[in-house]
Design a protein around this ligand. Sequence first.
Ligand SMILES: [Zn+2]
Length: 558
Amino acid sequence: MLALAVDLAGGAAPLGHRVAGQAEGSASPPVKLVVVLIVDQMRADYVDRFRGDWTRGLKRLLDQGAWFSRAAYPYLNTVTCAGHATVSTGAFPRTHGIVQNGWYDRETGRQVTCTEDPNVQPIGYGVRPVGGDSSRWLLLPTFADEMRTQRGARVVTLSLKSRSAIMLAGRAGDAVTWLSASLDGWQTSSAFSPAPVAAVQQFVSAFPIAADYGKTWAPLLPASRYLDPDAGENEDPPRGWAASFPHVLKGAGNSPDDVFRAQWEQSPFADAYLGRFAAALVESLQLGRHEGPDVLGIGFSSPDILGHSFGPRSREVQDMYAHLDDTIGTLLDRLDVLVGRNQYVVALTSDHGVATIPEQLRRSGQKGGRVSAATLRDTLERAAQAAGGPGTYIARVGAANEVYFEPGMYDRLRARPAALNVVIKQLEAQPGIARVFRREEVRDAAASHDVLLRAAALSYVPQRSGDLLLAMEPGWTFAGIGTTHGSANLYDQQVPIILMGPNVKAGEYREAATPADIAPTLAALSGIAMPRAEGHVLRSALTTAPRSQSHGQSSPTP
Ligand SMILES: [Zn+2]
């Protein structure tokens, strides 16, 4: 089998003329499948706090894999769509274009989501699907795209969230599947398939979500293992659940209804379902069983949905990870059989972290609070009118760092620098606001030594971002209840990166790394190029074949 050579010493640089065969006698068999697991809202410290609970998949990844314990997103807008796009393209939002989960579209004057596409049709699996979604807003090819075009890979991605499944895949895929916004079934879109994919239809018909109706989520671990009390302050459980265990998936009536489905999405049963779904598709679509490597991507969304409700200091979150350990263990066991042990590579990471519930922070003597986007908008509008004269200035204050002015109004204020300064000063004086960045100062600041300014610059795309970008004080959040993420504070930026598979050296790596390094590293392990990636190959964790095996050239790893 021929593999393109990727020069590990030169990172993900374009290949130039170097094309070499598989190094003969190389120690490991070629990679047949690349598995990317993105656990939504998995903070880096969860590994330290919870790893003693783990006995299966997460433990296996830590024991046999390379764990980058100090990895972090370097940018400001730590949200799901941006994170998944960063992992899949190996680049940052200013380059891949996905600045938020959604943004204010100045052309149409309305909010768009990061996947909406009026030119594609939704395609449902036995449900009435909604929307029309694709990767049209994504400006770079993904790792999966490159694997399809360079190696003929089959691509399967799954998530509860459309943005997770779609950003993991990119332009196309054999089965790109997500939960319908109505939560009552699965869907894809005509961007990926002109009709329902038979293998997906087969699984969802055989295993309806409603089969989990009536189940009880009881704590998995002995009571003494939990680090935090049950029923923490200001938790925000979904309808029908109390703040403490057990949680019954019973809905509001006597049959699977919307209340049941909202409970299901934040239970461990949803992750387990995705794990079984993925294993079934690996088998039915024969991933890893033909010439060239394939790609499986899973966005485990439930830890995020649960985390927003219960916060990181909850027994629910700790228990969710104990269940996820089991789900991932079962999946890896299945891959050992279907693909072959040590013949697939796994990368596990997260799209962002999360803040502690502010009231819990304050109770323990730390600072924190809640910022209202509506209040901020009123304050800003009044300040702008006082400084710049009558008119409507503010179009939108997104609950995620962005302030958009009405057309022409930002420039009107800018024309009188003193007026703009007054407005920004007033904004910076609001509780919870650490810094306010103007669009003209972030535009060329991607290499700035001012860490926070650089973070804003890496999240900035002129046509999509706000005229002003807000950076929050630690502990402060836009969430009205429960908690959220989306800031440049470390608890939102720091996530684990774990790689496992042939040619990966086990151990803990304390060097600086970002999730943008994952795609270039997987590319090196798979023998493809990611010429537009900004991340670096995580070379310290890879074994390299001896130079003599590669026709005098730098050697390909696999
Ligand atoms: Zn979230």
